[in-house]
Design a protein around this ligand. Structure first.
Ligand SMILES: [Zn+2]
Ligand SMILES: [Zn+2]
Length: 335
């Protein structure tokens, strides 16, 4: 079968061995599509994953072979999460499922940018969902990224009517705003790109701002959040937004770190201390977050239409380039 293997910071399409069920429990899934995630790009560009690996985890596909005690059967179209917590360790007991060592050790094999994957029985039991007729495959491929956002919303402890600022309006910023709104809160956005600012308002943000002069933007924001925002979500993937996040936060606010940054700059001790700010990270969803995500998609509470641009597997490097250069919002690889 064909798969995209990592090679020198790029994807290399090769023929590799198709995964087999043999006598194992689980399923062989024919991958229909897979979203290209920002974290895939980070892994690729930082060489944190070794050459020869297959990335891709925002998978949708069809079960073509199965041996299971679950209800899933051949022909089911599914969307899924790729890591499973053990539910029985210090990390799991404290709700930090994505820190669970079992979570980090589990995955689909070989990865979503391949024609077929092996999905374990444990996945079928915990992180695999049938795609309802009302959702397209592309929409269903947002199951995992939306679940990541839902996790962040929960980590921030959002009660109704809080004012939330999302810094960075790429696809994940848009999803974050939609998740914030779905939980009954106000979403405000900010980005340097005007088209993304306008797009976010199409996706239901209460108001978004173009990042021009910082002081001017802060004064414009005062109209909507006079004492500052209750929660600031960092979805930009740039340490350049940290100072602005602190300035736009109200005293006692949460700042949710949701992306890695290249230069790994930090927050200032005294801002956190004197203003009683909470800086918290949110990384990868639990099975419950995935379930919430599927429900929001199913109920149409989060709109993910027209975010993705479709590429075929042989155009994966093009998809990568177009994503990095911000030519597109989000790539969906049809396989
Ligand atoms: Zn992802
Ligand atoms: Zn655990």
């Amino acid at each position: 079968m064909q798969a995209a293997l990592l090679k020198n910071g790029k994807f290399d399409i090769q023929d590799i061995k198709k995964p087999e069920l043999d006598s194992k429990e689980g399923a062989i899934v024919k991958v229909k599509g897979c979203g290209l995630c920002g974290s895939d790009i980070v892994k690729l560009k930082t060489s944190s994953v070794k050459d020869g690996s297959v990335l891709g985890h925002e998978v949708v596909g069809e079960i073509v072979e199965i041996k299971t005690k679950t209800e899933f059967k051949v022909g089911d179209e599914i969307a899924m999460g790729h890591h499973i917590p053990c539910f029985n360790c210090t990390y799991c007991y404290s709700g930090h499922y994505s820190m669970c060592r079992h979570f980090k050790g589990t995955n689909i094999r070989p990865g979503g940018f391949a024609q077929y994957i092996y999905v374990s029985e444990e996945h079928l039991n915990n992180t695999v969902f049938k795609i309802p007729d009302s959702l397209s495959l592309i929409e269903a491929s947002f199951l995992e990224p939306l679940a990541c956002c839902i996790r962040a919303v929960k980590r921030a402890g959002l009660s109704d009517n809080t004012k939330n600022l999302i810094l960075g309006l790429g696809s994940i910023g848009i999803l974050m705003g939609e998740a914030v709104k779905a939980f009954g809160n106000e979403a405000y956005g900010c980005d340097i790109k005007k088209d993304r600012v306008l797009l976010s308002e199409d996706y239901g943000f209460d108001k978004s701002f173009i990042m021009t002069d910082e002081d001017k933007v802060l004064s414009d924001m005062k109209k909507y959040a006079p004492i500052g925002f209750d929660n600031i979500f960092l979805t930009a993937g740039s340490s350049g937004v940290i100072d602005f996040a602190i300035k736009s936060a109200r005293d006692g606010a949460n700042i949710i770190v949701f992306s890695s940054v290249k230069d790994d700059k930090g927050f200032k001790n005294n801002d956190i201390y004197y203003r009683e700010l909470t800086i918290l990270g949110s990384y990868s969803p639990s099975p419950v977050d995935l379930e919430d995500s599927m429900n929001l998609l199913k109920e149409g509470k989060v709109n993910v239409k027209e975010i993705s641009t479709v590429y075929t597997l042989d155009k994966l490097n093009q998809a990568l380039e177009d994503t990095i250069s911000n030519k597109i919002m989000k790539a969906y690889i049809k396989i």
